[in-house]
Design a protein around this ligand. Structure first.
Ligand SMILES: [Zn+2]
Length: 161
C-alpha cells in the first residue's frame, strides 16, 4: 500500500467527468487501499480518485465515526432533502475553506469493491462529505458552491475532503 500524491487545483483532471468502473479486480482493491492511506496521511475525511490522478468514479469517505470507511464506486444520488450550511475544505485546495450549502440528507446507490450494489442513507456531516466526493467524480469542485470563504481565525480543527 502506498501514499499517493494529491492533485491540487488547477488541474484538468479535477474538472472532468470520471469514467464508470466496469472491472472489479485486485487492481481496484489496491487503488482503494492506496486512496485510504493517502486520505489518512493528509488527514482528510474523504478522497476521490481524480484527486490522485485517476479518472474513475471511485470515492471514499471516513468522517471518523462508527460508520467506518465508506467506499463508493459508481455512486449515484437517488434522493436528497433538507438543507445545511457549514464549513468545507478540500485536499486539492490546501488551506482553503468556505461555507457551502448542501442537502441535509442524501440517499445514494453505489457498488462496493466487489461490484455488489448497495444503498446508503446519510445525514448531516456524513451527507456533506459524501456529496462533496460525488461532486468530484463529476468534475464539480466545492469552490463553485462556496458562498463565503473563511478567514484563518475561523479555521481551527477543519479537515479537507
Ligand atoms: Zn475535495
Amino acid at each position: 500500500m502506498a501514499v499517493k500524491k494529491i492533485v491540487t487545483y488547477p488541474a484538468e483532471i479535477l474538472e472532468q467527468q470520471c469514467e464508470p468502473v466496469t472491472v472489479f479486480d485486485k487492481k481496484l482493491s489496491k487503488l482503494l487501499n492506496n486512496m485510504y492511506n493517502t486520505m489518512i496521511e493528509y488527514d482528510g475525511v474523504g478522497l476521490a480518485a481524480p484527486q490522485i490522478g485517476v479518472k474513475k468514479q471511485i470515492a471514499i469517505v471516513d468522517i471518523d465515526d462508527e460508520t467506518g470507511t465508506i467506499e463508493l464506486i459508481n455512486p449515484e444520488i437517488l434522493e436528497t432533502s433538507g438543507e445545511q450550511t457549514g464549513p468545507e475544505g478540500c485536499l486539492s485546495f490546501p488551506g482553503l475553506y468556505g461555507e457551502v450549502t448542501r442537502p441535509y440528507f442524501v440517499k445514494v446507490k453505489a457498488q462496493d469493491r466487489k461490484g455488489k450494489p448497495f444503498i446508503l442513507e446519510a445525514e448531516d456531516f456524513l451527507a456533506r462529505a459524501i456529496q462533496h466526493e460525488i461532486d468530484h467524480l463529476q468534475g464539480v469542485l466545492f469552490t463553485s458552491k462556496v458562498t463565503r470563504y473563511l478567514e484563518e481565525d475561523e479555521l481551527e480543527g477543519l479537515e479537507g475532503e
